[in-house]
Design a protein around this ligand. Structure first.
Ligand SMILES: *[C@@H]1O[C@H](CO)[C@@H](O)[C@H](O)[C@H]1NC(C)=O
Length: 150
């Protein structure tokens, strides 16, 4: 096969699957310090979410002590938070080995599925992970654009 053809096929594929560090805002993390949020695939920011696709969210945080962790996700549309269902709300089954210890750093990994019935709009995703006492272990938010899939 021609080298240029290999490049033409492989490079866009690599660009598409690479995790991107996204800009995020803290929305009330009580103890946790979030150092990085990666979303894959997200070649341009704000991330464009296509219907029928699923996105991987990777939140790296530290400074937390907790036995359990439970995720709560909202899509904020024109200032109104709407519950956003995710397949697994147990953080301890999402890349985190519980109990969570203060001196360690963790990467919370989960899927953000975009269902066909969601509207095509700009919204803010607010992602909370709660600790044993239902306090926000972390709360992050990032803008996304939702698109009709092809
Ligand atoms: C999540 O992000 C952290 C920080 O960049 C990285 O070290 C880790 O490998 C990532 N995990 C996955 C599964 O992508």
């Amino acid at each position: 096969m021609d080298f240029r053809l290999i490049c033409a096929v492989l490079l866009p594929l690599l660009a598409f699957t690479r995790a991107e560090q996204v800009k995020f805002a803290d929305c009330g993390s009580v103890e946790g310090k979030v150092s990085q949020v990666d979303i894959s695939p997200c070649p341009t920011q704000p991330c464009e979410l296509h219907k029928g696709k699923s996105y991987t969210v990777n939140v790296t945080f530290s400074n937390v002590d907790s036995q359990t962790s439970k995720a709560l996700v909202h899509g904020v549309i024109a200032g109104v938070p709407v519950p956003y269902p995710i397949p697994n709300e147990d953080g301890c089954k999402s890349g985190i080995q519980c109990p969570i210890q203060k001196q360690k750093s963790y990467s919370y990994i989960n899927e953000l599925p975009v269902k066909a019935e969601y509207p095509s709009i700009k919204l803010v995703v607010e992602w909370e992970l709660r600790d044993d006492s239902s306090k926000d272990l972390f709360c992050i938010k990032f803008p996304v654009k939702s698109h009709l899939g092809i």
